[in-house]
Every structure is written in structure tokens, then in C-alpha cells.
Design a protein around this ligand. Sequence first.
Ligand code: FMN
Length: 178
Amino acid sequence: MKKTLILYFSRTGNNKFIAEKLSQTLESDIEAIKPKIKSFLLLIFSSLFKLGIGIKPLTYDVKNYERIILLSPIWMGKLLSPIRGIIKKYGDEIKEIVFITVCGSGIEDKDGKFGYETVFKEIKNILPSKEIKCFEISTTLLTKIGNPQTYSLPLVSEKDFTGAFKSRFDEIVETLKN
Ligand SMILES: Cc1cc2nc3c(=O)[nH]c(=O)nc-3n(C[C@H](O)[C@H](O)[C@H](O)COP(=O)(O)O)c2cc1C
């Protein structure tokens, strides 16, 4: 299997949960992305206005890996500024980049203002020279969600890692194994 480093940002734990599952499955190294600013509002603001914010130095050297998998939530229909920063900073030296988001939008609103496809387009525009594979695991797939129209911010835990949500994870893993 490709030598992989997983880098994730997670505020409420969903992307961390999936990053850790993925790391166990792919037997990869894993590290949390730590933005230099901690304020939630400043992170939203910098993401909305595409402002660069620094991240604390990584323990692992991205150059030592064949593939980097980035995981992060989507906020306000935008890519988070720390992820933008990593793609801009290391994009040229990383052989293969994959982006995965555990997000609130589902298939019905994927192309809308807050949808994941809108963010995938944003990612591809940062580094048009490189093919960045993007995948979503929507929390609307969790069985406990009643109304997929609202971003009710469900939190994923071990007992929810089942059904359609788990199947989507397995699908992505299959793609990444090839
Ligand atoms: C301020 C805020 C804005 C959000 N906006 C979106 C959005 O535009 N599209 C979307 O798909 N999900 C959106 N979400 C849902 C998160 O992406 C989702 O809850 C994610 O799983 C949280 O990841 P985390 O637990 O790793 O932090 C938003 C969540 C927050 C807190």
C-alpha cells in the first residue's frame, strides 16, 4: 500500500474520528493540523475571505510520503483556511493529495452554496495542475438524522459507525487501496 500520511483538522471530533479509522485501516501515520489561531470566529473569517493563517510545524515531513490525505469539516460552504494553507504550501512537493470531509451537506444539496461539491471545486482551483481526489462522508447518512435540510451538527461516535455512513467510509477505503 502507498506510504500515506493523514493530516486532519477537527473541531467537534467527526473528522478526527474518521481520520483515525482511516489511519488504522490504511496503516498510515496521522497528525492533527494545529492552526496558529485558536479562535473559532477567526477561523471562520479567514476561511470565508481566503486569508492565509499559519499552522504549527508538522512532526512528519510530507516529502517522505507517497500520498497525503487531508480531512477537515466544511464551514459556510468554504474550505477551511488551514487546509488551503497546506495545499498552497506543500501542494507542489506532495506526490498525491486526497481530500476527505465529514460534512453536514448531503447529496441533495451537494452543488448548493453550502454543498461539498462547491468546496471540491474550490480545492481544485487552488492547484489546477494537480488532480486532487475529493470525497465526502455526509452526516446525513447517519441514521439518527431526522431532517437532512438542517445542519444539526451531529457528532459521530463508535455506535454510529454503521449503516450508510459506514458503507460510504468502506467505499472510500476501497478506492484508496487501489
Ligand atoms: C460554523 C459551521 C458551519 C458549517 N457549514 C457547513 C457547510 O457549509 N456545509 C456543510 O456541508 N457542513 C457545514 N457544517 C457542518 C460540519 O462540516 C460538520 O458538522 C462536520 O462534521 C464537523 O466536523 P468536525 O466534528 O470534525 O469539526 C458547518 C458546521 C459549522 C460549525
